[in-house]
Design a protein around this ligand. Structure first.
Ligand SMILES: [Zn+2]
Length: 294
């Protein structure tokens, strides 16, 4: 069995933090946003979490060398077309799936059967991965207050040193994306092998939640949680591909709630995001107002 822990949800919800933390635990491999391996890792030559180009990374090179002959640009193009959210979460089989299946198999083989943490987020891609032969897919739904996520989307942050790549969205668009993606995760995966983790709960009690996620994934990290007593996270190098540039951070990193939005967000933006996400807020445990969570 190839065990895949899939982090699903919308952007700027803390999935990079979860991936990096899990990557510190024995028995887990933080692979990053695998759906972007082909385009960003292989076509655009963006760096692995370790800083090397993905092709030259000592972790990825042997995995890639074992894949059947393939065209990364073609696979990337195929995925873009097949994974459109408007396809209503139906993902038709495709010849490229043989290479994608070989990728997950290869990761499992080269990591001694580690649980693969795939932070691709996009619900249709989770559907695709779940359909691959031999894959046991468990979904962790990472959610964050949509006002916080929308506030974060407006910030400029460079992606691997390239200012153009990290998308910014106006708050209304961020709110719509939050609603569509989270509703899709709930609809498609809300029953079955599913665990919901709110970013706010995670940063308030990281030790508890990391244990919870590890147990859900079927692992038992007896010891070695990467936290010091002062609430610092001790991060070693990961080999995660694509995604938020914070994946390159190593050393002691504080785990704190990023709640700048409570002061920084205008009344108008707050009202717009609240109105557009209102149907899902109570279900995911978020208040309509600005007060902090219980
Ligand atoms: Zn690497």
């Amino acid at each position: 069995m190839i065990r895949v822990l899939f982090l699903a949800g919308s952007g700027r919800s803390g999935s990079t933090l979860v991936t990096t933390v899990l990557g510190q635990l024995d028995g887990f491999f933080a692979a990053g946003e695998l759906r972007y391996l082909w385009q960003r890792g292989l076509v655009d030559d963006r760096p692995c979490g370790c800083g090397a180009a993905v092709r030259d990374c000592p972790m990825w090179r042997p995995i890639l060398a074992d894949l059947p002959a393939h065209d990364p640009a073609g696979i990337a193009q195929g995925l873009r077309t097949r994974l459109r959210m408007r396809n209503r979460l139906r993902v038709e089989p495709h010849p490229d799936d043989e290479v994608i299946a070989a990728l997950y198999r290869g990761i499992a083989e080269h990591t001694g059967g580690a649980i693969i943490v795939d932070s691709s987020k996009l619900p249709p891609y989770a559907v695709l991965v779940r359909s691959l032969p031999g894959v046991d897919l468990r979904v962790v739904h990472v959610v964050r207050d949509p006002r916080a996520a929308a506030f974060s989307w407006r910030r400029r942050r460079s992606l691997d040193g390239d200012d153009r790549l990290m998308t910014r969205h106006p708050v209304w668009k961020a709110a719509l994306l939050w609603s569509v993606w989270n509703a899709a995760v709930l609809r498609r995966f809300g029953r079955g092998a599913y665990l919901r983790v709110r970013y706010e709960d995670l940063v308030a009690n990281p030790t508890l939640w990391v244990r919870e996620i590890a147990a859900f994934a079927g692992a038992s990290p007896a010891a070695g949680l990467p936290f010091t007593s002062e609430g610092l996270l001790t991060l070693g190098v990961t080999h995660s591909v694509a995604g938020n540039p914070v994946r390159h951070r190593t050393g002691a990193v504080p785990v704190t709630a990023d709640d700048e939005w409570r002061q920084g967000m205008s009344r108008f933006s707050h009202a717009v995001v609240t109105a557009l996400t209102a149907p899902l807020l109570p279900r995911l445990g978020y208040p309509f107002g600005r007060r902090t969570l219980p």
